[in-house]
Design a protein around this ligand. Structure first.
Ligand SMILES: Cc1ncc(COP(=O)(O)O)c(C=O)c1O
Length: 381
């Protein structure tokens, strides 16, 4: 039986039938010419998606966390220090990774749901220097979108490498690798790109690759970009078996991103985010994330105090929509609704409808149809 549940968590996101079709093609040799061509096109399309002409892409079997590890261990040596700008659970993960590799770390944290002011970053940079600075574009735990460009302006002309975690942003929110001076952009396929999970993606600048080359070794084997470089330049070569089916699916997903066109795709994400927020507020709900820094890719939403999280999400699931729970300090008090990747008006309307009906089932007074009616004017056609 096909599961027709709508997965509206902040990743994995619903996978379009065309991408699923690519995923289910017969598994072929990792050196088969057709596969090598797909691999090459995925690498090329990923770089274009990041608005880069010179970055070196890497796509390896793994997950976003492996991409974070690749970004860090190849450019920062044990004993060196990084500045981590954190807006929640996934920003903090960089500090945990640093600790695991003997890298020192200054952690600059915002209050949950707010963004670190660029002036606070400037103060840290005035009082010291770092091997690298990490930025999480959208922290999936808090729904906070970072002012990446403003941080990058502060870092221009300095020696710190800029590492950007785009896992919950890439292909949903613009990321200008060359223009902003990013050194490593890391991301995953399972969110705004709309492909199934299974690969780690990184884009390295010349400066980042030089940093790696300047070290005789790094504390990694599989995650060492220099071992992968010959394969990324000629995907017909072997280092470690690529996940053939996932890469074919990713190549199709990236092709679809470019068929839609980047400006149109980012505009669609912005329109959907606006519609979702209007709908949630019309249902009487409160957004957790502060107004100036709400991401276009997900919404983090506070539950009314009388509504129990598990009971609420069970009601929503009974209506065919899966939501994610809150993390950290908002666990049990909030839910997270992903609205990224290859979704449109239909998915948004179904989700808002399920949320509204579930609130009513749990005794909250919400007028039937209010959420969808408030969202409708902003939804893409
Ligand atoms: C912003 C961000 N960074 C990193 C990760 C880690 O990715 P993965 O779960 O694929 O290891 C996630 C996962 O949700 C994320 O949202």
């Amino acid at each position: 039986m096909i599961d027709e549940t709508l997965t509206m968590i902040p990743g994995p996101t619903p996978v379009h039938p065309r991408i699923l079709d690519a995923l289910s093609r017969p598994t072929v040799s990792h050196v088969a010419p057709a596969f090598v061509e797909d691999f090459r096109s995925a690498l090329r399309d990923f770089r274009t998606l990041c608005r880069s002409t010179s970055g070196q892409p890497f796509i390896v079997a793994g997950a976003g966390t492996l991409a974070m590890e690749m970004a860090l261990v190849n450019v920062v040596a044990p004993g060196e220090k990084i500045l981590v700008i954190s807006h929640g659970y996934f920003g903090d993960r960089f500090a945990e990774l640093a600790a695991a590799f003997g890298i020192e770390c200054d952690l600059l944290r915002s209050n949950w749901g707010e963004a670190v002011a660029p002036a606070d970053v400037a103060k840290r940079l005035d009082s010291g220097s770092y091997a690298a600075v990490t930025i999480t574009h959208v922290d999936t735990s808090t729904g906070t979108a970072s002012p990446v460009e403003a941080y990058c302006d502060l870092l221009r002309g300095r020696d710190e490498l800029v590492i950007l975690d785009g896992v919950c942003a890439t292909a949903g929110i613009d990321e200008r690798f060359d223009e902003w001076g990013i050194d490593v952009l890391l991301t995953g396929p399972q969110k705004a790109i709309g492909a199934p999970p299974g690969v780690a993606l990184c884009l390295f600048s010349d400066r980042a690759l030089e940093r790696r080359r300047s070290r005789s070794s790094v504390p990694a084997y599989y995650a060492d970009v220099l071992r992968w470089l010959p394969i990324m330049q000629d995907p017909g070569r072997y280092y470690s078996t690529p996940c053939v089916n996932e890469i074919v699916a990713l190549a199709t997903a990236l092709r679809m991103v470019h068929e839609e066109g980047l400006p149109a795709r980012f505009a669609r994400h912005a329109a959907i985010a606006r519609a979702v927020r209007a709908g949630l507020e019309a249902a009487g709900l409160t957004l957790f994330t502060a107004p100036g820094c709400r991401a276009d890719t997900l919404s983090v939403v506070l539950l009314p105090s009388e509504v129990a999280d598990i009971a609420f999400r069970k009601e929503v699931a009974a209506r065919g929509v899966v939501l994610a729970g809150g993390l950290g300090p908002i666990a049990g008090k909030a839910f997270r609704l992903g609205h990224m990747g290859n979704i449109g008006a239909g998915e948004v309307a179904k989700s808002l409808d399920a949320i509204e009906a579930s609130l009513r089932a749990l005794g909250v007074a919400v007028e039937a149809g209010a959420a969808v009616a408030a969202a409708a004017p902003f939804l893409p056609r």
